[in-house]
Design a binder for this molecule. Structure first.
Ligand code: PLP
Length: 369
């Protein structure tokens, strides 16, 4: 029986192999590994593709969020409200600013945070709200933008898992105060190592964030303030330039895979398929279902040569890193329940219908045993 991988990056990169090799060799031969011309080209291409004025590449999504939060005024002693169910990077970036992450539970029926819960947690110390388009499913952004306007708080979208997803016809990351992206290899626009980006419409803030990401530097050896080393490598930029034109097509293929899963599970009561908000176009960074006896099913799939993932098994509130917040079990009931039942099925743009059917049939087989 052939292995169905959870993600198979080299498989969907295969048609680009020659272009990728050429780009890599060109950069290696150039010797311009940091701030080489490909970085500016990639930033311009990405900005044009998204329909925003400027994008800045960074070393990773975590440091992009750190820059964006600081650029939008998050400081020591402040609070930033975000979801309890996300990659730890979202919360780490808040802590790196000296602020405290304030966690919120999920929107009922979805895996992303609830704007109603966010509103309940706004205090005079709140300095930003960070909705995360988790799994590539856009949140109900208007509700967050409305909160931002009502309380005068910036909204920074974490689009690390949602590059190319649309909210009301526009790409996520283009309608709020700032947004960040990740090019971690398994992301929808994945690089060949770490990488990330941020954008904001406010060009003064953009400039500050750019400088922060490059040692607070305006010119070489001119440092207006202390920043960090968070630059996108030339090599990553050159390779991402090769991949970017394929992103929409890859996302479309992921939507097709999701549709095959949705159809396959339509008559399976035990499997809850992901819900999609009206007026949004998700890009299925991962395809997550809720199932009974998740661990048993996962083991059965593994035994049948099908890889799966769990995104994420433990809500941030229950991670030791946040034990200082004293939010024990029961503090975020929706996220805690989802974490115990969720399973991420194989998802990537090169997955074919037969493979999806095999996954669906194997899940059904387990459930009727
Ligand atoms: C939701 C979310 N935010 C932020 C990040 C951070 O991105 P990176 O791994 O590029 O630092 C990730 C990546 O894991 C993520 O999934």
């Amino acid at each position: 029986m052939e292995l169905i991988k959870f993600v198979d990056i080299s498989r969907f990169h295969l048609p680009l192999r020659n272009k990728l090799h050429e780009a890599a060799i060109r950069v290696i031969d150039s010797g311009a590994y940091i701030k080489g011309p490909d970085v500016k080209i990639f930033e311009a291409n990405l900005a044009q593709w998204m329909g925003v004025e400027e994008v800045c590449g960074t070393a990773c999504g975590t440091s992009a969020l750190w820059a964006a939060l600081k650029g939008l005024g998050v400081k020591a002693g402040g609070e930033v409200i975000t979801t309890v169910h996300t990659a730890i990077a979202t919360a780490e970036a808040i802590t790196l600013c000296g602020a405290t992450p304030v966690f919120c539970d999920l929107e009922p029926g979805y895996f992303f945070l609830s704007a109603q819960e966010v509103e309940k947690k706004i205090t005079p110390r709140t300095q930003a709200i960070v909705p995360v388009h988790l799994y590539g499913q856009p949140v109900n952004l208007d509700d967050f933008l409305e909160l931002g306007r009502k309380y005068g708080i910036p909204v920074i979208e974490d689009c690390a898992q949602a590059q190319g997803a649309r909210y009301k016809g526009k790409y996520v990351g283009t309608q709020s105060d700032a947004a960040i992206f990740s090019f971690f290899p398994s992301k929808n626009l994945g690089g060949f190592g770490d990488g990330g980006a941020f954008t904001t419409k406010d060009l003064d803030k953009m400039n500050w964030m750019r400088m922060f990401s490059n040692h607070g530097r305006s010119e070489k050896y001119d440092h207006e303030f202390e920043g960090i080393n968070s630059r996108l490598d030339t090599l990553q930029a050159a390779l991402l330039n090769v991949c970017l034109p394929y992103l929409d097509q890859w996302n479309e293929s992921r939507r097709q895979v999701a549709l095959w899963y949705d159809e396959g599970f339509a008559d399976v009561e035990e499997v809850t398929i992901p819900q999609v908000l009206p007026e949004t176009e998700p890009i299925y960074h991962v395809y997550v279902v809720l199932v009974p006896d998740r661990d048993g099913l996962r083991e059965y799939l593994r035994a049948n040569q099908i890889q799966t993932g769990i995104h994420y098994p433990i809500p941030l509130s229950l991670q030791q890193a946040y034990s200082y917040l004293n939010q024990g079990a029961g503090s975020f009931p929706l996220a805690e329940e989802a974490c115990a039942r969720m399973l991420s099925l194989p998802m990537h743009p090169a997955l074919d219908r037969e493979e999806v059917e095999r996954v669906v049939d194997t899940v059904k087989e387990y459930l009727v045993r």
